[in-house]
Design a protein. Structure first.
Length: 182
């Protein structure tokens, strides 16, 4: 698979929600870049504590959705809360939807998509505590392991990573979905 995937994250991302999808994509032959607002290394969160530091490939202001075939958003509580307040990250996210490219998010990773205004009319899942936020943003929240809506893939928690990774790789391989929309 000759595809390039951007993983957008910052400090406080849930470690396994970045490392597991990244490995699945790389094992399938994709090139994966970690993108962050600052472009500096980011620190993971694991089991209630700070964990490893990860090298970032590019600052979000130095890349565009046109550089990538797909976007993936890991969760964690701190990470998405910071991303949703970063204008460059929100623009980056919106552009993937405008370009009909696959986008995936797991757990709390869905939060910046609320701020990007891309959930209206979409079927998706997330960490259960976000159900009302998603419904208020016009999304149709369901309690399922993995949900795919026209190239938009979502899952609830790290327990769903096997199913999420399989669908993520499948959607990246399929490429653009003309029905993918903001």
């Amino acid at each position: 698979m000759k595809k390039k995937v951007a993983i957008l994250a910052t400090n406080g991302f849930e470690e396994i929600e970045l490392t597991s999808p990244k490995k699945a994509l790389e094992d399938a032959g994709a090139t994966v870049h970690i993108i962050s607002p600052s472009g500096e290394s980011i620190k993971a969160w694991n089991d209630g504590n700070w964990s490893e530091t990860y090298k970032v490939d590019h600052a979000v202001s130095d890349v565009s959705a046109s550089d990538y075939n797909s976007l993936m958003l890991p969760g964690g509580v701190l990470n998405p809360d910071q991303l949703r307040q970063d204008d460059a990250s929100i623009r980056f996210i919106k552009d993937f939807f405008k370009q009909h490219k696959p986008v995936s998010a797991i757990c709390h990773g869905i939060q910046p998509l609320i701020d990007a205004g891309v959930l209206n009319g979409r079927k998706l899942t997330s960490y259960p505590s976000l159900q009302k936020d998603i419904e208020n943003a016009g999304g149709n929240w369901v309690d399922e392991e993995v949900v795919v809506d026209e190239g938009f893939t979502t899952s609830r928690t790290p327990d769903d990573l096997d199913a999420f990774n399989a669908k993520l790789v499948e959607e990246v391989k399929e490429g653009k979905h003309e029905e993918q929309h903001a």
